[in-house]
Design a protein around this ligand. Sequence first.
Ligand code: FNR
Length: 191
Amino acid sequence: MTIKILAFAGSARTDSFNKKLVKIAADGARAAGAEVTYVDFKDLPMPLYDEDLEAAEGLPKTVIQFKALLKEHQGFLIASPEYNSSISPLLKNAIDWASRPAPDEAPLACFRDKVAVLMAASPGGLGGLRGLIHVRSILQNIGVLVLPDQKAISNAYQAFDQTGNLKDEKQRTDIYNLGSKLAVIATKLTN
Ligand code: FNR
C-alpha cells in the first residue's frame, strides 16, 4: 500500500519560510515512495474556534475539508512557525477545529494512530525550536505518534534561496531526510 502523507505549514503567509520548508520534506517523502498532498491554509480559511458558532452552525465547510484530508492520510509533515515561544494560532485553531467530532464520528478520528514529523523555520536564532515543544505535546495528547526526529532552521531570511530551497546542503538534506523517514516509518506501521 502506498502511504499517504499530508504536508502543511502553520502559516498562511504568502512567502512563508515554513511553507518552503515543508515542501522540501515533502520531496523527501515522495522520493521514499509516499503519495504526498500539500495543503495551504490560505486556501482553507477557518474562523476562530467558538463553541457557540459550532453549536449554531456545525463545522464550517473548510474544517470539514481539512478533517477529510487528515483522515485520508496516514502521516503528517508539519512545519510550524513559532509565535511568542509557542504554536502559531493558525495551526492551533486548525487542530482545535479538527479535533471536534462530527455526529457519529469516533473521538479524534483525524489524529489517533497517525504519525507526524515536525520542523520549523524562523528568522530567530533558535529557529522555532521552542514552539515545536508545544506542537509535539498537543499532537501527542490527541493520539498522534510524533517521531523524535525534528529540525529547526534559524536565520531564515538568509537560509533560503530565490527558488525556496535551503542554501546549505546539510540543512537541505536534513529536512529532505525528515520527509523520507516519515514515509518509511509510516509505511512500516501501516502495512
Ligand atoms: C513571531 N516570530 C517569532 N519568531 C521566533 O523565533 N520566536 C518567537 O517567539 C516569535 N514570535 C512571534 C510572534 C508573532 C506574533 C509573530 C507575528 C512573529 C517571528 C516569526 O518566526 C516569523 O514571522 C516567521 O517568518 C513566521 O513564519 P512564516 O510565516 O515565515 O512561516
